[in-house]
Ligand binder design. Structure first.
Ligand code: NAP
Length: 247
């Protein structure tokens, strides 16, 4: 489970642990991982952590190797790590693009590549990507590179689902709307207030809301679903206008 020291990834880990899974959480900062593992240790299942930078192939190799050594294999990969720094197109530098595409796109593909042998060996491998509504469905000024990276994940997913089907590996994605995470709250109280007001169900999503969708995609019951997406957004993408939102 990548990007799981906080935010949505930690929520996904929480839900999988509640279901009794053995979960390896990965992110770059080992101290944050240790704190998350400690916090989640009483939930159920079994939690381990490994420091790994998914934007590097060698980082993903370390992660896959750790899962193999500690759990003897991998049934489910949740490729969730992602970053969303803001940059307007007019100001965007090549370094801004490399940072976002390096983590969000190369990180997704490296994560999948590194876990493939173990997922194939499991005989029921599941890959679940965390994309976003931003890019595939909506836009937001300052996040054109981010939106492009989240849409690119879905382009990758559709071909990956076909390529990996013969190995009985399914590839699906969750598209969160605005979810209450540390990363989101760093965008400021005004942003959070406006986002809450734009969700028909009247609240931001919780990290567990996303985790439950991932757990479904990892379940036996979802075994015939591949190449698909689940939007987890409280209806945020539905209103055509502010008037529509007022009901
Ligand atoms: P977050 O709270 O900022 O957490 C990001 C996690 O990813 C952290 O554990 C971070 O730990 C890790 N990470 C960042 N870069 C990494 C790298 N290169 N290698 C490994 N781990 C890395 O973010 P979040 O809001 O939970 O977002 C998680 C995912 O959900 C992202 O893919 C994001 O695009 C997507 N999403 C979020 C929202 C939302 O409302 N929050 C909405 C739609 C989609 P380190 O910094 O220690 O590496």
């Amino acid at each position: 489970m990548t990007g799981a020291s906080k935010g949505i990834g930690k929520g996904i880990a929480h839900v999988f642990l509640q279901a009794g899974a053995r979960v390896l959480i990965a992110a770059r900062n080992a101290d944050a991982l240790a704190a998350a593992a400690e916090e989640l240790s009483g939930v159920g299942g079994q939690i381990e952590y490994v420091a790994a930078d998914v934007s590097r192939a060698d980082g993903c190799a370390v992660m896959a190797e750790a899962a193999q050594q500690r759990f003897g294999g991998i049934d489910v990969l949740c490729a969730n790590a992602g970053i969303f720094p803001e940059a307007r197109i007019v100001d965007m530098t090549e370094a801004d693009m490399d940072e976002v595409f390096g983590c969000n796109i190369k990180g997704t593909i490296f994560s999948v590549q590194s876990c493939l042998p173990a997922l194939e060996a499991s005989g029921r491998g599941r890959i679940i990507l965390t994309s976003s509504i931003t890019g595939p469905v909506t836009g937001f000024p300052g996040w054109s590179h981010y939106g492009a990276s989240k849409a690119a994940q879905l382009g990758f997913l559709r071909t990956a689902a076909i390529e990996l089907a013969s190995q009985q590996i399914t590839v699906n994605a969750v598209l969160p709307g605005n979810i209450a995470t540390e990363g989101l709250h760093e965008l400021g109280a005004d942003y959070v207030r406006q986002m809450e007001a734009s969700v028909p169900l009247g609240r931001l999503g919780s990290v567990d809301d996303v985790g439950h969708a991932c757990l479904f995609l990892a379940s036996d019951e979802a075994g015939f679903i591949t190449g698909q997406t689940i939007v987890v957004d409280g209806g945020q993408v539905l209103p055509e206008s502010l008037m529509a939102l007022q009901g």
